[in-house]
Design a protein around this ligand. Structure first.
Ligand SMILES: [Fe+2]
Length: 193
C-alpha cells in the first residue's frame, strides 16, 4: 500500500502525454538519482548492518532502470542531456532534520514517498500510453511494481531501525509535506511536476 496524502490530478497525465520526451528524459535522471540516494546512504551509514544489502540491491535496480529508460530515449530519438531539476525533490528534502539519527529516518521516509509517487504516476502512464506508445506503456507496467517494492523496502528499513510509532507519525507528517510540495507546483511535464 502506498502511503501518499494526495492523489494525482488527471491534468498531470494530459501534461505528461503532451510532453512525453521531456517526461522520459526526466525519468532517466530520476532513476540515476534514486541509485545515488541508495549509494549515498551506504557511504553515510557503514555502521548500520541492516541497510547494506537492501540498499545495494536498490541501487543496482535503479541503475538497471536507468539503462532501460536510456534505451527508450534512443528508440524515440531523444538525446540524453542535462535537464534542470523540478523543485520537488529539493523542497521535499528541506523537511529532513539535520541531526542524526533523525536525518536517517527522514531520508528513508522521503525516499519512500518519492518511490510511492513514482509508482502512482507510472500506473497512470501505463493506463494512458497504450495506443500512444506501446513500448513505453510496457515499460511503465513493468516498472511500477518495482517502485511499489522500493517504497515498501524504505519503509521496512525505517521500521527495522526506529520505533514503529515514531515511523508512522513521521511518515504521515512527511506525506502531508510531499502532497503540499506537489500542490505548490509549478505544473511541469515531469514525473514529480
Ligand atoms: Fe525505485
Amino acid at each position: 500500500m502506498l502511503r501518499l496524502a494526495s492523489t494525482t490530478d488527471p491534468a498531470w497525465t494530459a501534461r505528461a502525454l503532451a510532453h512525453l520526451d521531456e517526461l522520459l528524459l526526466d525519468h532517466a535522471h530520476l532513476e540515476k538519482k534514486a541509485a545515488g540516494t541508495a549509494v549515498t546512504l551506504l557511504f553515510r551509514h557503514p555502521d548500520r548492518r541492516v541497510l547494506q544489502e537492501p540498499l545495494a540491491r536498490l541501487a543496482r535496480e535503479e541503475l538497471a532502470h536507468f539503462e532501460e529508460v536510456l534505451a527508450q530515449l534512443d528508440r524515440r530519438g531523444v538525446p540524453f542531456r542535462p535537464q534542470r531539476a523540478a523543485p520537488y525533490a529539493g523542497r521535499l528534502h528541506a523537511a529532513v532534520r539535520p541531526e542524526e539519527p533523525a536525518r536517517l529516518l527522514d531520508t528513508l521516509l522521503v525516499a519512500a514517498l518519492i518511490e510511492a509517487r513514482s509508482c502512482e504516476r507510472m500506473a497512470l502512464l501505463a493506463e494512458a500510453l497504450p495506443g500512444v506508445d506501446d513500448a513505453l506503456a510496457h515499460l511503465y507496467r513493468g516498472l511500477l511494481a518495482a517502485e511499489a517494492r522500493h517504497h515498501g523496502a524504505y519503509v521496512g528499513l525505517a521500521l527495522e531501525l526506529f520505533p514503529e510509532a515514531e515511523v508512522r507519525a513521521r511518515l504521515a507528517e512527511l506525506a502531508a509535506h510531499e502532497a503540499a510540495v506537489l500542490a505548490a507546483g509549478p505544473p511541469l511535464p515531469r514525473m514529480h511536476g
